[in-house]
Design a protein around this ligand. Structure first.
Ligand SMILES: [Zn+2]
Length: 390
């Protein structure tokens, strides 16, 4: 039985390599093995097919579809990217929708139940349409879906432990370029997904640190100003700037969002902030909010902070007003304010006004987000905006 399946897989492999040459280099480096994996799976280095499952596939279209599904996971490096995700199953659902969509655009079928963007839209209770989701990057989809599905175990993406030697073959970009232009048969969405891979990964931890160092220990102790307020007789030029240290760091954390549930990233964020507070020898005050303030933590111990947050009950809605009023009453000139949210937040005009003016009242104001930049912050100068990625 195994012999027959392997022969069939070999045929499909050749067929796909000839029919879709942009996948040639990916497939050429990928061994195909028969293994009891329930359906089909990949660890990024080989493709695994379950003999029983394979024999249940009736149509050639389905078989090619299943083969391509696993190949595309490898080409788009989904196994590697899964490493940094707490909810590997959620990541698997999201990337399945992505590859299934491409499989269909390439003209093949998949055996039911193959997850689609329509399914994802349904899971969000239609807060998003399938087409809106189709336009999101894999990471954005992951943040969005975390609100609705928290699956810990992945299905067909198998994490590898340890070494990255013999790094998994990814899609060959020059091949895509040459063949894609020649043949014009690469689905547009696949090209976009590949471009997404090529974008340099933003080091948000570094950016967070840089925001603090620039604000409080900027390169020069001089700054350009038009006319010195205290010495109006001086002509415009470089003047000494007061060196300030932050008195206190306020961190406003949206506990309703998906940021808090992505434990790996959240712990990194809290550790980074705690580390900065220690370096600047400053107090750290963490304000947890969803529709109102839920808890206030005064500690620089990341473990303790995370424990406190896990103990804090949280609801569904998200209104930032309370948290903003809280700091509005308290911030001083040298303080730092950091907001962490998914960005899907309501706010009153009053709170928006405070947010708009906040950067001019404090040493530094940093907005860390996963999905959206809140309106008042997008349109106000002075906020340092940092996207948090898993
Ligand atoms: Zn899959």
């Amino acid at each position: 039985m195994t012999e027959k399946i392997l022969k069939e897989l070999e045929e499909i492999r050749k067929y796909v390599m000839i029919k879709h040459p942009f996948l040639f280099s990916t497939i050429a480096k990928l061994p195909v093995v028969i293994e009891n994996v329930k359906t089909a799976a990949t660890d990024g280095r080989k493709l695994m097919f379950d003999p029983k499952f394979w024999n249940l596939l009736m149509f050639k279209e389905d078989k090619v579809g299943v083969f391509l599904h696993e190949v595309l996971h490898v080409a788009l490096r989904h196994v590697e990217a899964m490493r940094s995700k707490t909810y590997k199953g959620t990541w698997n659902i999201v990337t399945d929708a992505i590859v299934n969509d491409i499989v269909k655009q390439l003209g093949y079928d998949l055996p039911a139940p193959a997850i689609t963007f329509e399914d994802l839209a349904k899971m969000t209770n239609h807060e998003y349409t399938a087409d809106e989701l189709r336009k999101k990057s894999a990471t954005e989809l992951y943040w969005i879906m975390l609100k609705y599905v928290k699956k810990v175990e992945a299905e067909d993406l198998i994490p590898r432990s340890g070494d990255e030697s013999g790094v998994a073959p990814s899609i060959d970009i020059p091949t895509v370029d040459v063949f894609g232009k020649m043949a014009g048969n690469i689905p547009g969405s696949l090209i976009e997904r590949i471009e997404e891979l090529l974008k340099p990964k933003v080091d948000w931890k570094r950016l967070l640190r840089v925001a603090f160092y620039r604000a409080y220990r900027g390169k020069g102790r001089y700054s350009w100003s038009k006319v010195h307020r205290k010495l109006p007789n001086l002509r415009p030029g470089r003047f000494p700037k007061k060196v300030v240290e932050p008195r206190k760091i306020y961190v406003l954390i949206d506990v309703s969002g998906s940021v808090v549930s992505e434990k790996l990233v959240f712990y990194q964020f809290v550790s980074e902030i705690a580390e900065i507070a220690k370096e600047f020898r400053t107090e750290l005050e963490i304000v947890l909010w969803d529709t109102e303030i839920k808890n206030i933590i005064k500690s620089r111990d990341p473990k303790k902070i995370v424990e406190e947050i896990e103990k804090t009950p949280r609801g569904g809605g998200t209104i930032i007003d309370d948290a903003i009023y809280y700091i509005d009453d308290r911030v001083e000139e040298s303080d730092a304010v950091v907001i962490l949210t998914d960005g899907q937040v309501s706010s009153s005009p009053q709170a928006q006004k405070i947010m708009k003016e906040l950067p001019s009242r404090v040493g530094v104001a940093v907005y860390c987000y996963t999905l959206e930049i809140m309106e008042p912050i997008r349109n106000s100068k002075g906020w340092k905006i940092i996207r948090i990625m898993p």
